[in-house]
Design a protein around this ligand. Structure first.
Ligand code: FES
Ligand SMILES: [Fe+2]
Length: 365
């Protein structure tokens, strides 16, 4: 990072935070899309959305549209949502279709990605339908959660995130039912939101209502190579605490959070999707174990929304501070160790590209 003042040191007590320019430079976001978002596991949906032949779901990863399908052979697959004829987008939203028809010239595909019919191709020489299947993307299912990775060489999730959900795995996470999806726009760089989520020094100041119910003296933080965990029980709960008896929050590098909040058995998955270098879309997907959302569950979602609003407002203020140019780098408290961990991962993934950017050497990728 020759262009920047100080690298993030691996030693927390002497480390500076990431340089502010990484939060306000559109070129840095382009590097992040290529070096981070295109090479990491991204949450793409829940198995309940792909439960019968013909089901399909679309999502976006690193600005690219991705198609998930459930084919007749009982397999879930992921593809680039790009027609093999002349690259039109093949499908939108989600639904169920026996065959997918491109809206441009009506080439059709089976849900296993094979080309079914290519109209107007009679007389075309050396045209082999097998050469024009949809291009596949890696897909993995953890519990009932579907992840995709644009990097064909990425390590499997079991290697990158071993022991994930160890505190809650015994609760049949496959029984969760998707209840609600909420999208919010925050006017801050995506890393501001991650930095914010990975420490709770601000909780007693910014989230007074939430913290009043939790036993903050028991707050735990655990760090693994590619993810981290934070959690604490409700006041009055002793020993190992169950689902809903406290908060359990898992963050998966780079941008996915699995949050189990106090209250009725629940899970909300948060994804932060960069729109541009100072705008981030948050997608919150909430799951419960019940078929109908109860009053208690509505109340829980209302509290979640309050906490998210509190975080969003503070993140927007941070971005404004960064944009002033008056701030270059800060320092970490010793309880900001998970933020430090995240920033080291970002630094590792971007370092070579940032050096090339500083030296104006074009990328070979
Ligand atoms: S681009 Fe899809 S059929 Fe032509
Ligand atoms: Fe917060």
């Amino acid at each position: 990072m020759s262009d920047y003042e100080v690298r993030v040191s691996g030693k927390l007590s002497e480390a500076h935070t990431l340089p502010a320019r990484l939060y306000r430079d559109p070129e840095v976001l382009e590097l992040e899309k290529r070096e981070i978002f295109s090479k990491t596991w991204q949450y793409a949906g829940h198995t309940s959305q792909l439960s019968k032949p013909g089901d399909y779901v679309t999502t976006e990863v690193a600005g690219k549209s991705i198609l998930l399908t459930y084919a007749k052979d009982g397999q879930m697959r992921a593809f680039y949502n790009v027609c093999s004829h002349r690259a039109s987008k093949l499908a939108d939203g989600e639904g169920n279709k026996p065959i997918l028809t491109c809206p441009y010239h009506a080439w059709t595909y089976r849900l296993d990605g094979s080309l079914n019919r290519a109209p107007n191709m009679d007389g075309v020489e050396n045209f082999h339908p097998d050469d024009f299947c949809l291009k596949t993307v890696r897909l993995e299912i953890v519990e009932s959660f579907i992840f995709v990775n644009l990097d064909p060489n990425a390590e499997p999730m079991s290697v990158l995130y071993p022991d994930l959900f160890k505190h809650v795995r015994k609760y049949s996470l496959g029984n969760f039912k998707k209840a609600r999806v909420i999208e919010t726009i925050c006017k801050s760089n995506w890393k501001v939101g991650i930095d914010n989520y990975l420490e709770c020094d601000h909780c007693s100041i910014v989230h007074k209502a939430l913290v009043s119910k939790l036993d903050m003296k028991k707050y735990e933080m655990e760090m693994y190579d590619n993810y981290s965990y934070q959690g604490t029980p409700l006041k009055g709960i002793e020993g190992e605490y169950g689902l809903g008896q406290g908060g359990r929050y898992y963050w998966l590098y780079p941008n996915t959070w699995f949050s189990f909040d106090p209250g009725p058995a629940n899970l909300s998955i948060h994804q932060s999707i960069p729109i541009d270098h100072k705008t981030t879309k948050y997608i919150y997907t909430t799951f419960f174990m019940t078929d109908e959302v109860s009053e208690e569950e509505e109340e829980l979602m209302a509290i979640d929304q309050l906490v998210r609003k509190e975080d969003l407002e503070i993140c927007e203020e941070v971005q404004k501070g960064i944009e002033t140019g008056a701030y270059t780098q800060g320092r970490f408290s010793l309880t900001e160790n998970l933020v430090h961990h995240f920033q080291l991962l970002v630094q590792k993934d971007l370092e070579q590209s940032l050096q090339r950017l500083a030296a104006k050497i074009p990328s070979t990728i």
